[in-house]
Design a protein around this ligand. Structure first.
Ligand SMILES: Nc1nc2c([nH]c(=O)n2[C@H]2C[C@H](O)[C@@H](COP(=O)(O)OP(=O)(O)OP(=O)(O)O)O2)c(=O)[nH]1
Ligand SMILES: [Mg+2]
Length: 129
């Protein structure tokens, strides 16, 4: 099976909290929490996909990001490669554009959310585990 390549962004607010979103019912794995992002389209770089997905989902314009970690994860129905980037700067105001719940949470609060399985390695990396 082909691996689905996904750009994922970690955005912090001025209090050091992270932006998380809840997948909506039309999505696969609905109600699971995730970091905003989505699949690369044909010919797109990870940075281009990240900019497009953040514009579409949360309405901000990312102006700089850097690689954080790459995670390969096998779900029962698909294999994904998550290219996770830390967002260094952006313009605009975060808002929900796809009807999804959004929240700013601390690293400790991440444990209270039911995340996509593939995200444990990301959370470990954020904690410096
Ligand atoms: N955006 C995002 N996707 C993640 C994370 N963790 C994780 O395993 N994924 C997976 C779930 C999805 O299979 C894929 C993201 O794709 P997507 O949200 O654009 O679209 P999808 O595959 O749900 O949509 P579709 O095939 O039903 O059209 O990456 C994460 O933190 N953020
Ligand atoms: Mg998405």
């Amino acid at each position: 099976m082909n691996r689905i390549v996904v750009a994922v962004g970690i955005v912090y607010d001025e209090l050091g909290r992270l932006l998380v979103g809840q997948r909506v019912v039309r999505d696969r794995y609905f109600n699971k929490w995730e970091f905003p992002g989505g699949k690369l389209e044909d010919g797109e770089s990870v940075e281009q996909a990240l900019v497009r997905e953040f514009q579409e989902e949360v309405g901000i314009q990312i102006t700089a990001s850097e690689p954080l970690i790459e995670v390969n994860h096998e779900y029962p129905d698909r294999s994904v490669r998550l290219l996770v980037r830390t967002v260094l700067s952006y313009q605009g105001q975060v808002r929900s554009l796809e009807g999804q719940a959004l929240a700013w949470v601390t690293l400790d609060e991440l444990d209270e959310l039911d995340f996509l399985q593939g995200n444990q390695a990301i959370i470990d990396a954020l904690r410096g585990v």
